[in-house]
Design a protein around this ligand. Sequence first.
Ligand code: ADP
Length: 641
Amino acid sequence: MGKKQKTCEFKTEVQQLLHLIINSLYSNREIFVRELISNASDAIDKAKFKEQTEPDLYKDDTDHHIRVSVDPDKKIFKIEDNGIGMTYDEVNDNIGTIAQSGTAAFMEALEKSKSENTLSPDLIGQFGVGFYSAFIVASKIILTTKAAGEKMGVRWTSDGKGSYTIEEVKKESRGTEITLELKDPEDGEQNFTEEYTIRNIVKKHSDFVQYPIIMNVEKIEPIPENEQIKDKDGKVVGETTRKKQEDETLNSMKAIWSRSKEDVTEEEYEEFYKHISHNWDKPVARIHKRFEGVTEYDVLMFLPSKAPFDLFQANKKNGMQLYCKRVFIMDDCKELLPEYLGFVQGVVDAPDLNLNVSREILQEDRFVRSIRKNLVKQIFSILKDMEKEKYEEFYEEFGKALKAGVPTDFDNKDKIASLLRYKTTKSDGKYISLDEYIENMKDDQKEIYYITGEDINSLANSPLIEALKEKDYEVLLMIDPVDEWVVQSLTEYKEKKLKSAEKGDLDVNKVDDKQKGEYSALLKFIKDKLGDKVKDVEVSSRLKDSVSCLSADDFAMSSYMEKILKASGQDAPDQKRTMEVNISHPVMDKIKTIFETDTNNPAIQDYSDLLFDLAVVSEGGKVSNPSKFSKLVGDLMVNAL
Ligand code: ADP
């Protein structure tokens, strides 16, 4: 027994996940083969990548392959790879847990699907739980693994019920070996110790895997003449054939991307997508192309239909893999697509690349840059031409990701902008594009108006846009935090400026100067009463029905931005905003009368506070002294009734 043996309980969420997998995927039992092969293939990819930078550690074992073997008597299914292997700590972190970052998201999705009664394989596919699928068929799993350079191997054992054990063990070779003790198949169920069954499953799900999937199979061969048993007349009396065991490669390893489109079936594309993405959704689109010209390369990319739960996690893996003449170079190839398109899953095979590339060299490579440019172009063109409804579904999932490209991809800013969709004050809950917005603009309207905030209903009813509504101008309602960054970098679209409804002079409703003058003494007085709660108090040109609101300068931070920054723990200066009052509102007239009769009337202090609090409330904010606020409103009601 190794020195570091320990037994751990599965965390609750892992137990729930296991339960979910076993129940919802039971009719799909064979997929565990694909999942384990995918993991093995990934592990070999990683080993190959390391081989380039640490040849001493890896060069002893470069005959990369995956081996499947079975023992029908003992009901054992086994899969081995000579990939990267895992250290004790890696087994501890990776097997028997769900990646920390994913836990919360997973629990949420699990609860949701429970309440909606839709425990679907899709859900599972999003959480990268491939390994656990083996518990559908196995009553016990024994994983033994060794990482390059380690003295000892590690064994992980579990029956998938409550706990698992990890211990150090002896293991000769690098890589991972997973042994499944199979449950008895019920009548009519597949038997995973049958050669024929495994052969079919591998062909169906894993044919294109780039490493040989080898199985020792039984073959029948003719017995050579001179070994045949003959009688004295020379007539053969014994068998003419005999059985022999022989290694056979079960997969064709045909690189699907280097075949011509016509030769690849839908099923093959789908299986390949599942293999590279670890997702189980059906992609919304794919791009399969050979680029020819000064240099040639093959591209096969898929746009997923479902956003992964960790779409915005820092250091999220990029979905592109780089190959050179069908030889894997690297996955997570951030040089092939900008980060905001990292959700695209695919492969580029560039025969002219220098095989000994490092990531640093790749970044500088002119050729790689031109591939990247081309891929981005392809993706935009497919999105642009996508049918409206389909695109909107895609946008619901990945719109946020695209938006992140506006501030980061200067060259494509306008293209991304044309792909943005927003709900507006006039769109009745539907999405419109900026082009449609411009088409719908009023004759006298010069700018594209938007407002940012957390909640679409509060935005649609915000006092800040009353005057715009009065003019029948449409306002984009932006509720993604990332929209704040979009509008900061997208200052105009097709020569129309984007203008925040909460900032600066809206220039829509001129209040005449004489009227303004009549109020200047009162407003100055209110400003003094409110002190440093506000930057200033001004006559509003954006209010119609409400009496007050808070606005900011053209170059100030929006209130939503301030909120986002604070929520993310960043220093956001407490920005003072200007309180605007609506002087066509009867209340202002009354306050002015009181003020002009008796400047010292204490009611004016109360009204000043109320005007401010109302402005805060109307944008969904919290008043700083709620009990005082409700007392003042209560007093007013008494007086009014
Ligand atoms: P996923 O493959 O989606 O990440 P799994 O639960 O199947 O989820 O695997 C968890 C992790 O365990 C993998 O990300 C990988 O780091 C590690 N792993 C699984 N199988 C192997 C293997 N054959 N060789 C090396 N590492 C492996």
